[in-house]
Design a protein around this ligand. Sequence first.
Ligand code: MD3
Ligand code: FE
Length: 224
Amino acid sequence: MKHSRLALADLFAGAPPPRQGSVRPLAPGAALLQGFVHASLPALLQAIEHVAQQAPFRRMVTPGGHAMSVAMTNCGTVGWVTDRAGYRYSQTDPQTGLAWPPLPPIFVALAVGAAKAAGFPGFEPDACLVNRYEPGTKLSLHQDKDERDFSQPIVSVSLGLPAVFLFGGEQRNRKPMRLRLESGDVVVWGGPARHRYHGVDLLAEGSDPLAGPYRYNLTLRKAL
Ligand code: MD3
Ligand code: FE
C-alpha cells in the first residue's frame, strides 16, 4: 500500500485547521464557503479602497427618513440606493452624479467561482453593494427585492471584523437563525433562500489585522 506523504504544514501542531474548501449547505439554496476568499483578503480590501476613492462610503436615508447606520457604496453598471423616494438601482452615484466605478475583476472572479461551487454556474454579476459596518452598527431584517431576476443568486463576501448574520424565514415573524461570519467567508444565496428575511446583528467592538475597526460586506448581484 502506498502511504500518503505528510505535508510540511501538518507537522506544526499549532497551525489552525484549514477552514477552506468546503461547501456547507445552510438551507435550500444557501451555502457557506468558509474561507473561500481568505488568500485574496489584501487584494479585496485594496479594491474596496479604490472603489471608495471614486464613490465614497455614505450613510443613505431610508424612505422613512432615517439614516442607515451602515455606510454603503457601489460598483458596477448600476448601484443600489435609497432615499426619501424609495429603494432602487441607479446607473449613477447620486452624490457625485457620475457612473459607479466598474466592478473590480477580482470581485467578479471570486463571486463567479463561489456561485459555481455552490451550484449556480453562469452567474454574471453586474452590481456590487459594498457595506461598511463599525462597532455598534447593524442591518435590520429585510428582504432583497429590487433585482429583476430572482432566479439569480446573491454572493456575499465578509471581510474584516466578524459578525452575527441573522437568517430568517419567508415571513418577518419567524425567529432568525444566527450564523457567525468571519473574514474570508462567502455565502451564496439562491433558490428559495433568495426570498428569506435576513440582517446583521449589532457589530461588536474589535480590530481586524487587515481591516482595522470595520467589517465590510460585498454583495455581488445580477440586478438587471
Ligand atoms: C439572504 N447584507 O446588502 S449579506 C444586503 O452582511 C445585506 O452586509 C448583509 O443583506 C451584510 O442586502 C448580508 C448576505 C445576504 C445577502 C442577500 C441575501 C443574505 C441574503 C438575499 C436573500 C437571502
Ligand atoms: Fe440584504
